[in-house]
Each structure stands twice: as C-alpha cells, then as structure tokens.
Write a protein that binds this ligand. Structure first.
Ligand code: HEM
Length: 504
C-alpha cells in the first residue's frame, strides 16, 4: 500500500508537471521567443538539482560569468529568472514595476499561517493597504521620533561590550531584538529568556526555512496539497498545521501588550500605539487592527535579524581593516571630540563614517538574493521571453561584486563612496542592498539610522581588533534569505580610560 501510494503521488506530480509545461509551450509563448540563456535543464525537473541548497548566490554569480546578466532556470514547474546586474534589475524591477512587483506564491508559508506578512504578499490591494500603513510609520521623517530610543539602546549595547566583549555577537542580537521590540510595541525585553523574544525568534526560524525559491515542494507543485493527508509524503500538512498557533501568537501577543498599555495610558509611544491612535475607537476591535498587527509583526520578522546581520559584518570589517577603523575614529575625534558620544545631529559632518556604513551594506549583502519578485504579465527583454508568473531573483551578491561598477569589489573600501575632497558621493548609495521597485525595503530608513548610531558609537569608544584566536581566511555566513555571520572572534577594547565614564 505504501509503495503504491508513493507511486501514485509520483505519477500524479509528473502528470501535473507535463500538463503544465505543455500549456506553457502551447499558450504562453506564441511567438516562440527564446528564454534567457542558462544551464541546460534536465527533463521534467529542469534545473532543480543544479541549484545548490546552500548559498545559491555563488552559483548564480558563476552562471552570470558563463551565461550573462540575465539567466533562465526552471525548478520543476517554476520559471526562475536570475538578474546579475544593477542595470537589468533597474530596467525590469524599477522601470517595469507595474508587472514585476508581485511575489511568487509562498504556499507553504500560507499553509503555516504566515500569509499576513507583507513581505510575502502578492501584489494587489491587500499588499497596498499593509504597505501604505507600514510606510506611514517607517518613513524617514517619522523614524526621527524614535532616535532617542535608538540612542539609548545603542548606549546599552556599549555597556554590554564593555563588560563582556567576547559575547559581542550575542549583544548585537540582543540589541537588534530589544531595539525593535521597544520601538514596535513599547516592550522592554528582559535580559535572559524573554517570552516575546522566544516567540518571534521561533517564528522567524520556521519562516526562514521556507523563503528561498524552491525551498518547499509545496511551492513547486502546489497541487500536492489536494492529495489526502494520509498518503506518505504529506507530512508537510501536519507540520504546517502545527505552525498555525505560532503564527497567531507571534502576531497577537506583543500587539495585545501594546494595546492594553495604550488603553490604560501606561505605555510609551511606539509604532503599534501610533497606528492604533489613528483608529476611531480604542476600546472596540476595529477591522484595521488586523492590519496593524501584521504591520508590527512583519517589522520584527523582516527587521531584527537583518539589522543584527549588518552590525555583525561591521565588526568583522573593522577587525580586518585597522586602517579604515583608524580613519573613521580620527574623523569622529575631530568632529565630535572625546568627551561625548556621537549623536544623530553629527551624522552629516561625518562622511567617512557614512561611507563605512554604505560599504558594510555593499560588501556582504545581508539579503544576497533579495526577496524574489514575480511577474504578473508575460514580457520580453532584449529579445528574450519572460513568462507570466515567473519568479524574478535579483542576485544582489553579484550586483555588489560587479567589477564593472565596483573597483576591487572583494575589498572593504569605504573610499569608493567618497569624492576626492572627502565628501560623500550621494548618488552612490548602495540602494540595491534593499531590493528594487515598488517592493523596495520600506524598513531601510530605520536600519540606516539604527546601524549608523551603533557604528559611530562603537568607533568612538572601542578598538575592534583581530583576535589571535581567529584563524585567517573568510568567515562563512549562514544560508537563507537574510544571512548572518557564523560565530567569529575579535577583541573589543576601550579606546581610552575615559570610555567607561562616557557610556555608564
Ligand atoms: C540591513 C537591513 C535590511 C536589509 C538588507 C533589507 C533588505 C530587504 C530586501 C532586499 C527586501 C525585498 C525588496 C524587494 O522585494 O525588492 C526587503 C523587504 C522588506 N523589508 Fe527589509 N531589509 C533590512 C531591514 C529591514 C528593517 C529594519 C525592516 C523593518 C523595520 C524591514 C522591513 C521590510 C519589509 C516589511 C519588507 C517587505 C516589503 C514588501 O514586500 O513590500 N527591513 N528588505
């Protein structure tokens, strides 16, 4: 019976694949235009087994050298277009954003209950409602209201670095999480084993497992969801069902905390209270509350790990590039002095520190493949056919390592963003770190501010030195949509005896 069932599923899937491919050839590409070049697909499965599960951006970059800046692959039934240059990304995702702004269906994550996350939503009216609300509270001029909270949290980070410098990665994680929870929900995290943190981190972990293209067979062959649960291979259904509670809790619990504080008048201003404050009544449940929960929920999901990832990379870069660090410190000493910490008001006078932040965002892209887009119409580009419903992957890694744009891209060189007179090259900001077009990261102003204050203050107070216990060579990054450095060592020592007084 078991073998028969497995054979039945296999036969059913193959049948669906063949029917789907046949429909494509017959209906969708009537002029028979070529697809962009790419590795030769295998029958039925396409390029599925040629894309490594780990760090696929390296393979895509390598393919870019072989096949060009736009590549076609097929993962079972999914058409995947990989873009390896900023120009093509701009031509398609930005200039033709009317048809390049959807997401591929994340069937598995929807089954798991995470469909409320703006980042996963298909283009349409629901996405627009969430995005508008998100933008209202995360746009640059609103973020300014949260500068004091960011400054305070960054000072707390310095204190932790002073007391337990070897745990710097743990402190960075704690900083990014607690800063986000404070600003989103007005919630002050406890030091160890925080209940909300446990919840959201668990949710992020399960989400991350299913976000890269082809991560789940359900996304590649969605019709398998129609098969009965008792068949072998259908365990994903019970797994998805077991995540539903988690999705609901991560959306509701921190939000309910913020709402009850707001109703009782006891909480601090935060994103959730700001949004709730716009509703006509605070006591009844308004339909927009669900949207507000989602907006706050996605803020943590999309924002905490990415912020921590950029700051970890900053520590690595400083430990490897003492000259860069010294120049940034000299600038801070000259402009800010040594008797106070840098503040946001100092920022425009510190172009070198600014360039360090930009280079951190470029050098090791936090989201090396961005977040996949999808086309809502068929298109042609440069004589190539791009099908409707194709997954569009912007290979940010390749774009940031493009020698035609960045001289010696492997090197950490903030100078690349400076004019000869030392001023910042405003037009060179590595915006591509945040995706492109209508889906460009709406949290970019937030991370730009929070990462800057951390970097400026760490540079002002500590020397970040290469540890003798850290072997030479690259420090690997994790896999996933938003990648993190694997643990590495560096020595973090106060720059002088006045530092303690400055930060305590
Ligand atoms: C270094 C830090 C960050 C990086 C590198 C980053 C990168 C990205 C990228 C590449 C996308 C996809 C853009 C596209 O589809 O073209 C994205 C989307 C998104 N990001 Fe960020 N992000 C960061 C921080 C944040 C923060 C701090 C927040 C929240 C405060 C945030 C919230 C979001 C949201 C909500 C989306 C989904 C937008 C949509 O689908 O319409 N991100 N981010």
């Amino acid at each position: 019976m078991t073998v028969l069932s497995a054979l039945a599923i296999g036969a059913f899937s193959v049948f669906l694949l063949i029917v789907k491919r046949y429909r494509y050839w017959r209906d969708v590409n009537p002029l028979g235009l070529p697809y962009p070049p790419g590795p030769k697909p295998w029958p039925i499965v396409g390029n599925y087994f040629q894309v490594p599960a780990q760090h696929p951006w390296f393979t895509y970059t390598e393919w870019g050298r072989q096949y060009g800046d736009i590549i076609y692959t097929r993962l079972l039934t999914e058409d995947v277009i990989i873009i390896n240059s900023a120009k093509i990304a701009n031509d398609l995702l930005e200039s033709r954003s009317n048809i390049y702004s959807s997401r591929p269906p994340f069937h598995m994550l929807n089954l798991m209950g995470f469909g409320f996350l703006l980042v996963l939503m298909p283009y349409g009216s629901e996405w627009r409602t969430y995005r508008r609300l998100f933008h209202q509270v995360f746009r640059a001029d609103n973020i300014v209201d949260y500068f004091p909270a960011m400054a305070e949290k960054s000072r707390e980070l310095l204190v932790r670095l002073l007391h337990r410098p070897d745990d710097f990665m743990k402190h960075v994680q704690h900083f990014a999480a607690s800063d986000m929870m404070l600003i989103l929900y007005g919630y002050k995290m406890v030091e160890e084993d925080d209940r909300f943190l446990r919840l959201v981190e668990k949710a992020i972990k399960v989400i991350a497992d299913f976000t890269l293209p082809g991560a789940s067979v359900v996304d590649l062959v969605p019709d398998v969801t129609k098969l009965p649960s008792w068949l072998p291979g259908m365990q994903f259904k019970s797994y998805a069902a077991s995540c539903l509670g988690l999705a609901t809790e991560m959306r509701n619990e921190p939000f309910n905390f913020a709402k009850s504080n707001m109703v009782s008048g006891s909480g601090m201003k935060c994103i959730a209270s700001q949004l709730l404050g716009r509703l006509p009544s605070r006591n009844d449940t308004h339909p927009l509350e669900e949207v507000i929960k989602g907006v706050a929920g996605v803020g943590y999901t999309a924002g905490a790990d990415t912020t921590a990832g950029a700051i970890d990379t900053f520590f690595l870069a400083m430990s490897l590039c003492p000259d860069v660090q010294r120049k940034a410190q000299e600038e801070i000493d000259r402009i800010v002095g040594t008797s106070r910490l840098p503040e946001f008001d100092d920022r425009r006078l510190l172009p070198y520190v600014e360039a360090v932040l930009w280079e951190v965002l470029r050098w090791r892209a936090v989201t090396p493949l961005g977040v996949s887009h999808a086309t809502t119409e068929a298109d042609t580009y440069d004589g190539y056919f791009i099908p409707k419903g194709a997954t569009i992957v912007m290979n940010t890694w390749a774009i940031h390592m493009d020698e035609r744009v960045y001289d010696e891209p492997e090197k950490f060189k903030p100078e690349r963003f400076l004019n000869p007179d030392g001023t910042i090259r405003g037009d060179a900001y590595p915006r591509t770190a945040f995706g492109m077009g209508r889906r460009i990261c709406p949290g970019r102003h937030f991370v730009d501010a929070v990462a800057w204050i951390v970097m400026a203050r760490v540079l002002a107070t500590f020397d970040v030195l290469k540890s003798k216990d850290q072997p030479d060579g690259d420090v690997p990054y994790t896999n996933g949509v938003a990648i993190r450095l694997t643990p590495f060592k560096c020595s973090i020592v106060p720059r002088n005896s006045g530092v303690k007084e400055l930060i305590l």
